[in-house]
Design a protein around this ligand. Structure first.
Ligand SMILES: Nc1ncnc2c1ncn2[C@@H]1O[C@H](COP(=O)(O)OP(=O)(O)OP(=O)(O)O)[C@@H](O)[C@H]1O
Ligand SMILES: [Mg+2]
Length: 291
């Protein structure tokens, strides 16, 4: 079966896009509940956070180099050609028993310059199909493809929107983040209207609440408002925007694991580790029937 493709996207910075991408990828590939999944992570953020997270220091220079990262895919398009995705995939985890694993298409800091390159604004680039075309031949080789997006709305974000089936919005409970969700919906719809087939642009699949503090009045008020906004946005299109459960709590275990570049699934059991595993179940269940 072809991979489910999710873009972790929010224009706002620091809401947990990378933390969710890498931890959910690791759970889907490693946790006994999901064992055996083949997961591809694509880092579309020139900050390279997901890339640095997955790679050891030694492999980092190789993997973030221009010709072993998504940079190479974009650069080929600017030359009017295409490179096979296999050329830029770095395997990061394999379980020989289950057959599961994680592969990475890393980002490169050079993508910062590429973002400014006028030739990426050309006609071919407007279609934003670099990632979509790159993953097409390997869609059956993976169960899940997770794309970590940069904050903001760049050419890399638009490529993620074309490549993915669903946008997963990592969210922290505050007012600004709420405005961000409305913007994501608006820009997504505007981008989709520019294409002959609006279905070729990812739909907003749902929201993952990160850094949740139970009983904290400000976040409870923001979450109540979030539910209203999601219902309104869902009603506009007739498609439900899922609020994934449970909310992922704020926990020092997350920061500690991130600092050590470890996935929570590889750490000792904690409540927040359980939150992530349950969210992974909800994600899988929610999009189970989607092809
Ligand atoms: N549940 C959590 N509990 C505590 N800290 C968290 C939690 N989730 C994420 N963080 C921390 O929040 C910070 C931002 O997370 P992350 O880098 O994943 O956000 P991001 O949206 O990818 O940011 P950017 O927009 O810069 O790409 C990190 O320091 C991370 O360790
Ligand atoms: Mg990030």
């Amino acid at each position: 079966m072809a991979a489910k493709i999710w873009a972790f996207l929010n224009f706002k910075g620091g809401v947990g896009k990378t933390t969710d991408t890498v931890n959910l990828a690791a759970i889907l590939a490693k946790h006994p509940d999901f064992r055996g999944n083949r997961v591809l992570v694509i880092d579309q953020d020139p900050q390279c956070n997901a890339t640095l997270w997955f790679l050891t220091r030694e492999r980092y220079h190789v993997a973030t180099s221009r010709n072993k990262s998504a940079y190479h895919l974009y650069e080929a398009q600017m030359r009017g050609s295409q490179v096979p995705i296999q050329d830029v995939i770095t395997p990061v985890y394999r379980d020989p028993e289950s057959g599961g694993g994680i592969d990475l298409v890393g980002a490169s800091f050079d993508m910062l310059e590429q973002e400014e390159d006028p030739s990426l604004g050309g006609e071919a680039a407007k279609a934003a199909t670099v990632i979509q075309r790159a993953i097409e031949p390997v869609r059956n080789a993976y169960d899940y493809i997770l794309i970590d997006c940069p904050p903001g709305y760049s050419i890399f974000t638009r490529n993620a929107l074309r490549a993915a089936q669903h946008v997963i919005v990592p969210y922290t409970a505050d007012y600004l983040a709420l405005e961000g969700i409305k913007w994501i919906k608006q820009l997504r719809d505007r981008f989709a209207r520019g294409h002959a087939d609006p279905n070729s642009v990812a739909r907003i699949g749902g929201v993952i609440v990160n850094r949740y503090r139970a009983g904290f009045r400000a976040s409870d008020a923001a979450l109540a408002e979030l539910r209203v906004v999601l219902d309104e946005l869902g009603a506009q299109t007739g498609e439900k925007i899922h609020l994934f459960r449970p909310f992922i709590r704020e926990a020092t275990a997350v920061t500690a694991a991130n600092n050590e570049q470890r996935a929570l699934v590889d750490c000792e059991p904690t409540a927040v580790r359980r939150d992530f595993i349950r969210v992974a179940h909800d994600l899988v269940q929610t999009f189970r029937r989607h092809v």
